[in-house]
Design a protein around this ligand. Structure first.
Ligand code: HEC
Ligand code: HEC
Length: 288
């Protein structure tokens, strides 16, 4: 420890600390820095009074402001902005929405969002469908119908579900499992089904299958395999298959039936959303 003195070179006081002849200067913090530092302390204290800062339950500060509440307010504000449009979409039929450019544009944009959240899991992001019975909604091959009204009914009530009494229903018999046909007969009728798309490999079996088809299948799938929308029976003459068009898949469909299920959306979604979805799906490419 040596005495506090002025450093000759800089004119600053020393602290009195000295190491092997090196003396430590006592350079004070700049005034502006100190004042800013004190100001931040004052600011923090004031902030703690007005805003939530203490990690205690219910410590919200005297203003009552919270980040959660602010977001809720913004969401409510956005909802309120959309409400007039949603009210119009609720009141209009899908046909009216499709005919009105402003409503249609809104429905297509909104419908895409609602579709991606609720439908894409089964039908694919662009409605392209998925293996295992989830039909493409973007083509012009419709099981239950591709008019706006038919699409709306499908979305509103769903298909073969237990939740909605007005769900679309129709059950193909389980021809092998329920003993209606033998395994050999199923093979023959499957060959006939393949022959409808010119893909049979066994002409004799396909010939025998034709009679079985006339007896057991025509009522739903039609004489030429053209399908029946009233019954949700798919067309068997094209290359579009819910469950696969190879022989093994067709045999399986006939033997055990499939009974695909789609949930109803009427009770889950705002009617405006159902209308938006209807217009969106109709516009995916195959609407009639
Ligand atoms: C859990 C899976 C699942 C979800 C989620 C789902 N669907 Fe489906 N959807 C199906 C199945 C399965 C079928 C075909 C049923 C059959 O065999 O007839 C179908 C059929 C349809 C059809 C009829 C297609 C036709 O060719 O007639 C439309 C339209 C449709 N869905 C729209 C939607 C929309 C819109 C949503 C979202 C709100 C949705 N689906 C959500 C499973 C689903
Ligand atoms: C009561 C009406 C009904 C009868 C009768 C019926 N089907 Fe079906 N069939 C359906 C329905 C509905 C589907 C849609 C699949 C499902 O059950 O989800 C279907 C689906 C199929 C499929 C699968 C199509 C695909 O795209 O993957 C094949 C193949 C088929 N039927 C063949 C037959 C044959 C062959 C017979 C006669 C032996 C027959 N069906 C009798 C209603 C019927």
């Amino acid at each position: 420890m040596s005495a506090i003195e002025k450093d000759a070179l800089t004119g600053t006081d020393t602290t009195g600390h000295e190491w092997d002849g090196l003396k430590e200067l006592n350079t004070p913090l700049p005034k502006w820095w100190l004042y800013v530092f004190f100001a931040t302390i004052v600011f923090a204290a004031v902030y703690c009074v007005f805003y939530p800062a203490l990690p205690l339950p219910g410590a919200t500060g005297t203003t009552g402001w919270t980040a959660r509440g602010a977001i809720a307010g913004q969401v409510a504000e956005e909802r309120a902005k959309q409400e007039p449009m949603l009210a119009r979409l609720r009141a209009a039929t899908p046909a009216q929405i499709a005919a009105d450019p402003a409503l249609r544009a809104y429905a297509l944009a909104g419908g895409r969002g609602v579709f991606n959240i609720n439908c894409a899991g089964c039908h694919g992001a662009g409605g392209q469908g998925a293996a295992g019975g989830f039909p493409s909604l973007a083509d012009d091959d419709w099981i239950w119908g591709g008019s706006l009204a038919a699409i709306q009914t499908t979305i509103q009530h769903g298909i073969r579900n237990a939740e909605d009494e007005e769900a679309r229903v129709s059950m193909m018999p389980r021809f092998l499992a329920d003993g209606v046909l033998t395994a050999a007969q199923v093979n023959d009728v499957a060959e006939h089904v393949l022959s409808l798309g010119n893909r049979a490999t066994d002409a004799a079996a396909a010939g025998r299958g034709a009679a079985l088809y006339a007896e057991n299948c025509v009522a739903c799938h039609g004489e030429a395999g053209q399908g029946n929308r009233e019954l949700g029976a798919p067309r068997l003459t094209d290359q579009v298959w819910l469950y696969g068009g190879d022989k093994a898949s067709v045999v399986r469909s006939i033997s055990y039936a499939r009974g695909g299920v789609m949930p109803p959306w009427g009770g889950r979604l705002d009617p405006a959303m159902v209308n938006m979805l209807t217009v969106y799906v109709h516009a995916l490419g195959g609407g009639e």
